[in-house]
Unconditional design. Structure first.
Length: 175
């Protein structure tokens, strides 16, 4: 399903989706008509504005059995190229959770917009040194460390080391 179909299925005008998502009407129109390629951050905002899970926005609906092959996973990149996000589970595998492998370049920084109210994230550092900023707090993590936080507030992933950070990010939505 494309963005226009999703928006109309929810009875939203471009103006109402712009207000709900924080993405301008003009940008939404360009995305709907495929005249622009939205950034990872913009896609998250649109998903929140539509009230859908990120995977639903970029993927397909759940199937009885679904397999996601590593080489077939759609890797998304931040507009500055410092963050790559690869889904770890097939799209629609669970309506309440999503799992991603994040790769953040050395000294890279990525601001994540707030998710829907009550959404929680669990981040497990596989390699490197990660500073997670959640609201006004900063938490330094290294290989093997994990953090859990309410993600309905701005949060920042910062690579404070000289090599890439690789981590798993599990997003848990409220029911």
């Amino acid at each position: 399903m494309n963005l226009r179909e999703m928006r109309k299925a929810r009875g939203l005008s471009l103006d109402r989706l712009a207000v709900a998502s924080g993405v301008s009407r003009a940008a939404l129109s360009q995305i709907e008509t495929q005249r622009t390629n939205p950034s990872l951050g913009v896609l998250w905002k649109i998903a929140a504005g539509l009230g859908v899970h990120f995977a639903e926005l970029v993927g397909v609906t759940a199937q009885h059995v679904a397999i996601l092959r590593r080489n077939e996973a759609q890797v998304l990149r931040s507009s500055d190229g410092t963050l790559e996000s690869r889904p770890l589970t097939p799209s629609g595998a669970s309506p309440w959770t999503e799992a991603y492998e994040l790769n953040l370049a050395a000294h890279g920084r990525h601001l994540s917009e707030p998710h829907a109210t009550g959404t929680r994230e669990v981040v497990v550092v596989l390699d490197g040194q990660l500073r997670m900023r959640v609201g006004d707090e900063a938490h330094d993590l290294t290989t093997g460390d994990a953090i859990s936080f309410i993600a309905d507030q701005p949060h920042v992933y910062e690579n404070v080391g000289n090599s890439n950070v690789r981590c798993h990010d599990i997003i848990i939505y409220t029911r």
